[in-house]
Design a protein. Structure first.
Length: 98
């Protein structure tokens, strides 16, 4: 999220991947990150509307080594368990994937 919600990102959840900081010259990481940021913001808004706190679980924009956008979900285990339960309820609780 942008603006005042940026402060929520400084809550102790480590959202940096193990390759954080490794940049290859000539790769456009910004374009991929921007695309991922739009998707992460949408998911974060949905999480907020669903009663989750972004200090507990949130979507984080990133890129892979090739500059493609990546959205990761970062959260404390109990919040991720609640999110998984919420999603399972939406798909009928069978635990299966599409």
């Amino acid at each position: 999220m942008t603006g005042a919600d940026e402060d929520r990102l400084r809550d102790g959840l480590d959202v940096a991947g193990e390759d954080c900081g490794l940049w290859v010259p000539g790769v456009d990481y910004v374009a991929g990150w921007r695309e991922a940021r739009v998707a992460a913001d949408r998911l974060n808004r949905a999480l907020l509307r669903s009663g989750f706190e972004l200090s507990d679980v949130r979507a984080v924009a990133s890129t892979d080594g090739d500059g493609r956008g990546v959205v990761r979900v970062a959260g404390w285990p109990d919040a991720v368990e609640r999110l998984a339960g919420f999603l399972e309820t939406l798909v009928g609780g069978d635990g299966g994937a599409a």
